[in-house]
Design a protein around this ligand. Structure first.
Ligand SMILES: *[C@@H]1O[C@H](CO)[C@@H](O)[C@H](O)[C@H]1NC(C)=O
Ligand SMILES: *[C@@H]1O[C@H](CO)[C@@H](O)[C@H](O)[C@H]1NC(C)=O
Ligand SMILES: *[C@@H]1O[C@H](CO)[C@@H](O)[C@H](O)[C@H]1NC(C)=O
Ligand SMILES: *[C@@H]1O[C@H](CO)[C@@H](O)[C@H](O)[C@H]1NC(C)=O
Length: 339
């Protein structure tokens, strides 16, 4: 496994420069959001997931992959060396074979095996097609942005932001992790006024408000596992006015999309065979994000059977159950699923 991977990389590594992201000749750029692959067992889910992702790449030919966390289920680590590497490398080799650059925001499970959170990103950064970056640890280890340039590669036109939403516990509050205050400040001071998309693992708390209060479209088949505290990234987006859409993962049985306070919020679609989900009436898939030079964009879901699901956001009728809290935000909420 390791040998094959090194060979593949050696072939693509002849030039050390990382690829530059550029709009195509007709002014579009296509992003595939892969999430929650949970590459776990070599004799089970891993080959199935790699086959499925191969189909997605062939069908969509994306310009970029935004990976929103939980590449693996770290708590399944059996104590052997190279456990994370052995799961990450065939995935990275597949994207490399298709020549697709990617960015990787950590999920809550990525740092639970033999590599810690920072080491996961440091390993990812060694791949020539990885545009992931790691910064000061207080910001989270996968908070960074990449830019999409005009077709000549001269002028940056969009920012693609990646945020590290941690794993569990936010400033001492039990529940799901959150973005640190320093990372929110970093976003505010680095926002250069370009339209952007933001990718992260754990949904912002505003996703829950959106579900409770606004029209949405899509599946909501389990309790939403948003951050245990709201650290203000959404309000920073609103204040700056440049981020146009947010994509998260984490919940395997939710793929909602909608607008909250005018900002598009969406879940991806569970992209792997490992771990639980999706719900029986959902397929695995990927959310595709097509951005235009002029700051507009649209999304759709490509499903495992090849079909495309593109929805109209106009439904309030299915919001029969209001969810009171982000899961785990209250001590007495049952642990509905180990996500
Ligand atoms: C540019 O990308 C869009 C979206 O992927 C695609 O529909 C279009 O055909 C592409 N244009 C060219 C010239 O490749
Ligand atoms: C641990 O998992 C690896 C695959 O990642 C496998 O090759 C190895 O045999 C396993 N070791 C034990 C002790 O189960
Ligand atoms: C970054 O990763 C290190 C481990 O390498 C960890 O100790 C630290 O808590 C992480 N930072 C955040 C904000 O998650
Ligand atoms: C609402 O729920 C019903 C029953 O589960 C389902 O058939 C229908 O497609 C849902 N509507 C939308 C817009 O998701």
């Amino acid at each position: 496994m390791r040998y094959l991977f090194i060979l593949l990389f050696a072939l693509t590594c002849l030039s050390y420069a990382k690829p530059q992201l550029k709009f195509n000749a007709t002014g579009q750029f296509k992003i595939m959001q892969l999430t929650d692959t949970h590459y776990d067992y070599f004799n089970q889910d891993i080959p199935q997931t790699l086959n499925m992702v191969t189909n997605f790449l062939q069908w969509e030919k994306p310009d970029f992959v935004a990976f929103t966390g939980d590449l693996i289920t770290g708590y399944l680590w059996n104590g052997t060396a190279d456990w994370f590497y052995d799961r990450w490398s065939p995935h990275a080799a597949l994207l490399t074979k298709f020549g697709v650059p990617w960015g990787y925001a950590l999920g809550n499970h990525d740092g639970e095996a033999d590599l810690d959170r920072r080491q996961c990103v440091e390993l990812d950064m060694t791949a020539p097609f990885s545009l992931s970056k790691t910064g000061p640890a207080y910001m989270g280890n996968s908070t960074f942005y990449v830019q999409v340039y005009d077709k000549f590669g001269k002028k940056p036109l969009w920012n693609l932001w990646f945020f590290d939403t941690g794993s569990q516990v936010c400033y001492g509050i039990p529940g799901w992790g959150c973005l640190t205050h320093e990372a929110v400040q970093w976003y505010i001071s680095n926002e250069k006024g370009l339209p952007g998309l933001a990718f992260m693992h754990i949904p912002l708390d505003e996703y829950l408000q959106m579900y409770n209060l606004q029209a949405t479209a899509g599946f909501y088949e389990e309790i939403m596992a948003c951050s245990s505290l709201n650290t203000g990234l959404f309000s920073a987006f609103k204040a700056k006015g440049m981020v146009k859409g947010v994509g998260c993962g984490h919940n395997h049985e939710i793929d909602l999309e909608g607008y909250f306070a005018g900002l598009y919020l969406a879940f991806g679609r569970k992209s792997g065979y490992g771990s639980y989900g999706p719900a029986p009436d959902m397929q695995r898939g990927v959310r595709m994000w097509v951005i235009n030079e002029d700051s507009s964009f649209y999304t759709y879901i490509r499903q495992e059977d090849g079909s495309i699901m593109q929805r109209t956001i106009n439904d309030l009728s299915n919001h029969t159950a209001i969810q009171d809290y982000c899961m785990w935000a209250q001590y007495n909420l049952p642990n509905y699923h180990i996500l």
